[in-house]
Design a protein around this ligand. Structure first.
Ligand code: NDP
Length: 335
């Protein structure tokens, strides 16, 4: 059984040296457990936070321990009456080829409803994040302007489409022309901005939002968010989902922007952070909505699937370089 351990805590942007591959025996099963063969591994920006010791809503990964995250796999042996060989499951499992896991810690998924990979993205955590952040906090109304940063990522592209379903005008900010073209041509975003090439970010956003910004779904923080929040309308809502631009900074000084407080007071805007797991009691209804929109063709999604277990660290590091369109994950093949 091959595993990936956190070898050292990254200083700044993670590198391959922070990870270590190790060969161990496939674990024996205890009563109630099943052996899950890994098929897809999700790599996610939030995992960068778990690689440091900073206090957060999840415990840090330990050095020299197996990293864990979202996985889809197949049951190949079972000592539980709840799961049988061939069942496909998802859960928070180790970055390893095989996991022995208590059957209550994984959820069965149906590959007739959607491809297995979708359970790590649009029908998994990132889809749910988009759904609750936008609908519970953002609450877009017909005709309002919704701006999304990280718009071509796993969360962002779902946010934009749900906002369109709610009748909003949707503006996406992303880091390449390929991504912005995809958002406009394939997903029907009303306007897009490439934040890496635009000469004046503030001006471009202002031009794309002649009536100001009613909802800003923030995936990135930093300079992009400084520019968007300066355009908030009265009673705007800002779901603060992620701040990937600051995940690799090594000193707070690198992360200073304009103070937002006067703007919040003037506009009476609401800015609210959230963690998708806060909404766990409502996951079922949300997954039903997302599944329905998918089957009706109202929701599309994109995935960037890197092949091979050995490429998991690279796929993770790639998130910080914007290598992915949509959900970034690794397909694990077994000889
Ligand atoms: P994405 O699929 O959006 O991948 C990350 C993307 O972030 C990259 O493709 C890149 O796109 C962009 N990016 C990387 N570095 C920067 C930077 N310095 N400035 C601006 N953009 C950058 O990831 P997810 O959809 O999985 O996650 C999006 C955000 O949501 C993350 O911040 C994540 O932490 C957060 N999140 C929060 C959850 C919650 O419960 N609150 C749950 C899940 C995710 P580009 O080419 O456009 O730069």
């Amino acid at each position: 059984n091959e595993q990936i351990l956190l070898k050292s805590r990254p200083n700044g942007t993670p590198t391959e040296e922070n990870f270590e591959f190790k060969e161990v025996n496939v674990p024996d099963l205890k009563e109630g457990e099943t052996l899950v063969k890994t098929l897809y591994i999700s790599v996610d920006p939030y995992m960068r936070g778990r690689m440091s010791t900073a206090k957060s809503y999840v415990e840090p990964f330990e050095v020299n321990e197996v990293i864990s995250g979202g996985v889809v796999g197949e049951v190949i042996e079972s000592k539980s009456d709840k799961l049988k060989n061939g069942d496909k499951v998802t859960g928070m499992l180790g970055w390893q080829r095989y996991n022995a896991v208590d059957s209550s810690k994984v959820r069965k998924v149906n590959e007739n409803l959607a491809p297995l990979s979708a359970y790590l993205g649009v029908l998994g955590t990132t889809g749910l994040t988009a759904y609750f952040g936008l609908l519970d906090i953002g609450q877009p109304k017909e005709g309002e302007t919704v701006v999304i940063s990280g718009a071509a990522g796993a969360v962002g592209m779902i946010v934009g489409q749900i906002a369109k379903l709610k009748g909003a005008r949707v503006i996406g900010i992303a880091g390449s022309d390929k991504k912005t073209a995809y958002l406009e041509k394939e997903l029907g975003f009303d306007a897009t901005i490439n934040y890496k090439t635009t000469e004046n970010l503030f001006k471009s956003i202002k031009q794309a939002c002649p009536e100001g910004v009613d909802v800003y779904f923030d995936n990135v923080g930093g300079a992009v968010s400084d520019a968007v929040t300066s355009l908030l309308n009265d009673y705007a809502r800002v779901p603060v989902c992620g701040a990937i631009s600051s995940y690799n900074i090594t000193s707070l000084r690198e992360d200073m922007g304009p103070r937002i407080q006067p703007k919040l007071i003037k506009t009476r805007a609401l800015m609210k952070g959230f963690i998708v797991s806060d909404y766990a009691p409502h996951f079922k209804e949300a997954a039903q909505d997302l599944g329905k929109w998918l089957s009706e063709g109202k929701l599309k999604y994109e995935e960037t699937i890197v092949e091979g277990f050995k490429n998991v660290p690279q796929a993770f590091i790639g998130l910080f370089k914007g290598e992915n369109l949509g959900k970034q994950m690794v397909k694990v093949t077994h000889e």
